[in-house]
Ligand binder design. Structure first.
Ligand code: XLS
Ligand code: NI
Ligand code: NI
Length: 436
């Protein structure tokens, strides 16, 4: 049984001269870039929810895709067909990793116990497929936002009964991630936010969320899960205000509640832009605090103000992102998860291939460009030179805490005005464009 008969063999690398849209022109998994291969640098993952479970529905119309795996004699039978299709897709695309929510892989049952049972049954099947194909789990997570019970939040719900539902799901999603050898576990605060402060106790809700994270850390210790916990910031959508607003907010939250040792961040491009930041801003903020963990690779639309989750096609923007990633030392447990979906009108399974192939080629080009920019040295050296004064004499003395307002006021009094140099932005943009 094949779900993708239009793709006979794994997508080949044909090089930049190729005019075949179903071949890679830049992504050559085994090509060395610096000390690592492209696949080791990029660690691509397919998002189960979009690619396998996406239906194309929007606020104006219901499901439109007719996926060949989207049927079965029962919900569990359908889940199994979907799982088989997922592993065929990963294999034909040549991507090593996938990511999933508990409810993507296994349907919600009629009772809590049945939901747990469904997940465990599907995880056993996924484990077998991983062993057969060599595919790996980048991260697992729990869907704490889709079900009606989570309308008012999960961990931040005013009702502790709902908090317990979320605890049940995270316990089992964490155990599923461990069972599947997942390298990370993600918390995206689906409905952890508010619509109006008139009915919301923000202080309590943030404390509840922190308690929930501590419980997850404790449970990971208990079961021997040594993967990396990640929080994925997003400023709004579905709620008007999400508590995990952006990198800076999440870092402050982790520090406030003594969680900084246990969490890193999963930065999504379109979430950064929704927060009125560039993708590279949120990556840089995370990297500066030592918590850049993983990336949800997508992009938004400058003309639309919501999370359009489009496949990344913008080489310039992704190059700026790869510059941050390479400068921070690259991924350890993290990777590039395509948290992206094809447009509603892109109806065919073939569209899933075009989308991922172009996303992978875009990041391969970005990696090559960023690597070349670092090797060239002019951009990083220019930046380093701007701050050179802080490495010696006065600057070093200030940073070492040896100066005061008094000492500096005395020192400057008989000096000339400082020389003010050019910031050279256009020059730097020109150098960047040499490599794109
Ligand atoms: C939604 C989020 C979500 C997380 C996983 O906007 O990006 O897909 O990545 O729950
Ligand atoms: Ni995401
Ligand atoms: Ni998103």
């Amino acid at each position: 049984m094949t779900y993708f008969p239009e793709i006979a063999a794994p997508i080949p690398y044909e090089g930049p001269e190729s005019d075949n849209p179903l071949a890679f022109r830049y992504y050559d998994a085994d090509q060395m870039v610096g000390g690592k291969t492209m696949s080791q640098h990029l660690r691509f993952a397919v998002a189960y929810w979009h690619t396998m479970k996406g239906t194309g529905q929007d606020p104006f119309g219901g499901p439109v895709y007719q996926r060949p795996w989207n049927h079965g004699s029962s919900p569990m039978d359908q889940a199994e067909n979907t799982l088989n299709a997922a592993f065929e897709f990963l294999t034909k695309l040549g991507v090593d990793f996938y990511c999933f929510h508990d409810r993507d892989m296994a349907p919600e049952g009629d009772t809590f116990a049945q939901s747990v049972d469904n997940l465990q049954t599907m995880v056993a099947k996924a484990k077998k497929l991983q062993q057969e194909t060599g595919k790996k789990l980048l991260w697992g997570t729990a869907n704490l936002f889709g079900h009606r019970r989570y309308i008012h939040g999960a961990a931040t719900n005013p009702d502790p009964h709902v908090f317990a539902c979320a605890a049940l799901q995270v316990k089992h999603a964490l155990e599923a991630t461990l069972e599947l050898g997942g390298e990370n576990y993600v918390f995206w605060g689906g409905r952890e936010g508010y619509e109006t402060l008139l009915n919301t106790d923000l202080k309590r809700e943030r404390e509840q969320l922190a308690r929930f994270f501590h419980m997850a850390v404790d449970h990971a210790k208990k079961i021997g899960f040594s993967g990396q916990f990640l929080i994925e910031p997003k400023p709004k959508e579905p709620t008007k205000h999400q508590y995990d607003f952006d990198s800076a907010t999440v870092i402050g939250f982790l520090r406030e509640f003594d969680l900084l040792d246990h969490f890193k961040l999963n930065i999504e491009a379109n979430h950064a832009t929704l927060a009125a930041h560039s993708f590279e801003h949120d990556l840089t903020t995370a990297a500066a605090a030592g918590v850049l963990g993983s990336i949800d690779a997508n992009m938004g639309d400058l003309l639309l103000g919501w999370d359009t989750d489009q496949f990344p096609t913008d080489v310039n923007s992704m190059t700026r992102a790869m510059l941050v990633l390479l400068a921070s030392g690259g991924f350890t447990s993290g990777g590039l998860n395509f948290d992206a979906h094809v447009r509603r009108a892109s109806l065919d399974t073939l569209d899933l291939f075009y989308a991922h192939i172009d996303g992978m080629d875009t990041f391969a080009r970005a990696l090559l460009a960023a690597h070349a920019i670092i090797e060239d040295g002019r951009i990083p050296e220019f930046t380093a030179q701007r701050y050179a004064g802080w490495d010696k004499d006065l600057g070093a003395s200030i940073l070492a805490g040896k100066e005061s307002l008094d000492s500096l006021a005395t020192w400057i009094l008989d000096k000339d005005e400082p020389q003010v140099p050019s910031g050279r932005q256009e020059y730097l943009e020109r150098i960047l464009n040499f490599f794109i």
